[in-house]
Design a protein around this ligand. Structure first.
Ligand SMILES: [Zn+2]
Length: 176
């Protein structure tokens, strides 16, 4: 079912605020994935939807991740399954998430791979992202530890940056 991107004009700041994620149930989420996708769903009742720019979660086994987001082109919900690879933590290393720019010490990130739609597995694009896909909560300072790189950007700019990076990734893999 088409889902329009909604927003409101905030008269205090004179900005148009985009409401990105709506409260979704499991049946609605399932419809945005392909029928043969291996999708596992978390407990959706525990999610604070107002804090999300996109919904991301990880399979309990750790080998798959999932992202559900609204397409900026038509406002419809899209779901994508990502292969997830742990990063070796043999040495101390700082890693920056390519979606939210949060800087982690060793172990906070994972490599996520999206296979290009329609390529039959021949083409894929990988990125280093927060290992739990909880970027939305990190930019709102809802998770510890905080980033090892301090930024003075305001929240709306961080939201814009997350969605820009995510939409670019999903465009290049032909999901939106
Ligand atoms: Zn992140």
């Amino acid at each position: 079912m088409p889902r329009a991107v909604r927003g409101e004009l905030d008269l205090m700041s004179n900005c148009f605020i985009l409401w990105v994620m709506d409260v979704l149930n499991e049946a609605e989420l399932r419809t945005c994935f392909k029928h043969d996708d291996d999708v596992w769903f978390p407990d959706l009742s525990a999610i604070e939807w107002a804090d999300l720019d996109f919904l991301g979660w990880v399979h309990p086994s750790g080998h798959l991740g999932y992202i559900a987001t609204l397409s900026p082109n038509d406002g419809r919900l899209r779901g994508v399954v990502l292969r997830r690879f742990e990063r070796p933590t043999r040495r101390v290393r700082l890693d920056m998430c390519s979606l939210c720019n949060h800087v982690h010490s060793s172990g906070g990130t994972a490599m996520f791979t999206i296979t290009e739609a329609g390529s039959r597995g021949r083409r894929s694009i990988s990125n280093v992202v927060c290992g739990d896909l909880a970027c939305s909560l990190r930019i709102r300072n809802k998770l510890n530890p905080s980033s090892l790189m301090q930024e003075t950007l305001y929240l709306e700019a961080k939201v814009w940056r997350i969605l820009l990076h995510l939409h670019r990734w999903l465009t290049r893999t032909k999901y939106i």
